[in-house]
Design a binder for this molecule. Sequence first.
Ligand code: EPZ
Length: 417
Amino acid sequence: MDKISILGGKTLEGIIPISGSKNASLPILASSLLTNEASSLSNVPNLLDVITMKDLLTSLGINITSNKKMLQLEPSNIISTHADYELVRKMRASVLVLGPLLTRYGEAEVSLPGGCAIGSRPVDIHINALKKMGTNIEIKDGYIKAKVINKKLVGADITFPIASVGATENIIMAASLAKGKTLLRNVALEPEVDDLIKVLNKMGAYIKRRNDNIIEINGVNNLKGFSHAVMPDRIEAGTYAMAAVITAGNIKLLNADKKYLKSVLLYLNKVGAKFEYDQDGIIVQGPKIINNVNIKTEVYPGFPTDLQAQAMALMVVAEGSSVIEESIFENRFMHIAELVRFGAIIKNIGFKAHIEGCNKLNAAQVMATDLRASSSLILAGLKAEGKTIINRVYHLDRGYEDLEKKLSNCGANIRRI
Ligand code: EPZ
């Protein structure tokens, strides 16, 4: 079980290259199931979740060759439509193969993703939408067993009860080869969805995001291969921006794109950070004093739930008290107990965390529980006096490429043991 050790108290200064977005890579990889032509995807981050998706697609019959960050995807003619539990249990985003398999092959058997540390994470919104497009679906033996009723899925007018990112992506892919027009209402506005739409339109789909929060898809008969470079990872960029803040450092986030980070940069500005922007990234100057600023996570373009744990690490050492409210997931406060081990003063009442800022943290042995919680422990470790050990760092490897290298290049005393 890998551990990471950090000797805290260093001021970070330097350049961190931001990798391709995990949450754009995963649905775009799944879209390779929609065509029988070869595709290529560049700027793909080398992450455990990407490896899991590659393994899943290979098991379904896509031949994948990769060199560095470029993937070549070649659909073979033996396609399986069974996504096995052994692979799906590792990553919830595996459910994103359901829409493509159904719309291209008329049937699919995908293991239920199961919950994860941050909540039960059901897929009812995905399933109800596919039923509306003409699919018989039953949940049996832990699998979603789906069969298109007529030859092809049929376009429908669908309103999502929650602006689910995954459901929006799954149904966009399903509708791209369906018969007729699909209207999706109350859709996710996350930029990773737009990166997927860009790829699908390159493949010959007709998808447009209307300015009334509706996505309109006109189904086509088939789709071509694609060539695309994945957008930069805004959550990775936000995480390292917070590393500059918590160490009062100065970090250039290479390739970070400020247009996807508006709510985060606004928040960090209130916290006291200063920014410079040039054509290849964002320079973040951390403040001497961290101001206490309340947060409520929202769907995009609000403050992202994927940066809530990291922001909490900042508030733990802010001047004064603050409240962080999590409104997207029902159990995304697993990092509180671990931050308290550093000496943080945090009280969790329902979906709110009440934080008393303290001016120093003591190094501790802590446990990563989920991907983004583990990055908040890294931030606390960078600040804490003494040697912090973080256990179960495989969680980190799911979403952060070369984390120790990127941080030690900026002066952090961090290593894997
Ligand atoms: C995506 O997950 C991201 N993952 C998550 O990032 C991110 O936290 C989340 O969106 C919210 O922004 C990927 O893109 C691979 P949702 P997703 O469907 O699609 C409920 C990370 O750290 N819901 O928007 O699974 C759900 O339980 C990961 O990179 C239903 O009730 O999130 C949650 O409370 C973590 N029924 C809320 O909606 C459904 O059918 C938002 O979930 C689907 C979702």
